[in-house]
Design a protein around this ligand. Structure first.
Ligand SMILES: [Zn+2]
Length: 326
């Protein structure tokens, strides 16, 4: 009989510092949250009396579902996010309560989808909701905010002294660079300031001419979106940022705060030109070594090797580690 060498457990019992704020069982056991199914039909009467007799059929929900799975995965340890929240955040939290998907979750999903995607009345009381989307645009429609940019005019009399613009994602533009440049790209984003801009507003019917100062304010959720092109002069991004899961950094720093990466939404382009549809998949990070895949075409959340190539990284979500403290 072979002698059994006990496995060294300490490595796993002592999580890396960046994971210290997450309860251990949440890092090493499989996710206990539900997995949304792609598409499906719902009889509408339960949601709203006006929908009585209507049958809603959903198609291609993978973009929205991947985003939801990722938000759920990210938010499940948060305590701060639970009040005064957008419907999508509320739904993401609902998703984490059971490991099956109940009617409440499916009905809330329908209510969100019908507001952001086109609906089409078909015969026999069927309403089709086509959820084909660019997932980045979907985030914008959901009013999730990653950054608020404050524009301040130095002229005290300016009627537009402070103007606020919200951005749902932090857009990082890659040109022929790898995911290893993530921190550099984030730093460029954080430090980018529109140099020497003069206010074009009017004060007493004259040009304001005040100097504009920009400030970026970051929330607890950071959603990064990526565009990728091989050529810097390319007007529209034409490719995707490819990498393996293991190449994606564990932590990054945004505005001097250390943040944990919680997962990505990856896009598989269509295999051939004939089928126009690709497929979005969520990869959620459970520890510095362990990833799992939330694919709405699968029945279960499954663990996945970190050597897995993600055909495209469209989005990463990070949470401020302070947001975990109670
Ligand atoms: Zn001004």
């Amino acid at each position: 009989m072979k002698s059994v060498i006990p496995k060294k457990k300490s490595k796993y019992l002592n999580p890396d510092t960046e994971w210290k704020t997450i309860p251990l069982e949440n890092v090493f056991s499989p996710s206990k949250m539900g997995l949304l199914p792609n598409g499906g039909s719902i009889i509408g009467g339960n949601i709203c009396p006006n929908d009585k007799g209507k049958i809603f059929t959903l198609s291609n929900t993978c973009g929205f579902d991947s985003l939801l799975q990722l938000l759920g995965h990210t938010l499940r340890n948060l305590t701060e996010h639970q009040e005064g929240i957008e419907p999508v955040i509320h739904l993401a939290l609902e998703l984490t309560k059971n490991n099956y998907i109940g009617k409440t979750v499916l009905n809330s999903r329908l209510n969100i989808l019908r507001n952001i995607f086109p609906t089409e009345d078909l015969p026999n009381n069927v309403v089709r909701i086509n959820c084909d989307c660019n997932v980045v645009q979907t985030v914008q429609k959901l009013n999730v905010r990653s950054v608020v940019e404050k524009r301040i005019c130095t002229n005290q009399n300016c009627p537009e002294k402070v103007k606020e613009l919200s951005f749902s994602t932090i857009l990082l533009q890659f040109h022929n660079e790898s995911i290893n440049h993530l921190q550099t790209k984030i730093d460029q984003y954080v430090h980018f300031e529109s140099a020497n801009q003069i206010c074009t507003g009017k004060v007493d019917n004259k040009k304001c001419n005040g100097n504009l100062i920009y400030q970026k304010l970051y929330g607890p959720l950071h959603i990064l979106s990526f565009s990728y092109s091989t050529d810097k002069n390319q007007k529209y991004p034409n490719e995707y940022l490819n990498c393996t899961l293991s190449e994606i950094p564990n932590i990054v720093e945004i505005n001097k705060k250390t943040l944990m990466l919680r997962g990505i939404v990856s896009y598989n382009p269509p295999l051939n030109g004939i089928s126009a549809l690709g497929h979005y998949i969520c990869y959620a990070k459970r520890s510095h070594l362990y990833w799992e895949v939330h694919d709405d075409l699968n029945k279960k959340i499954k663990s996945v090797r970190s050597s897995t190539s993600v055909a495209v990284v469209l989005m990463l979500i990070l949470v401020n580690e302070n947001a975990y403290s109670t």
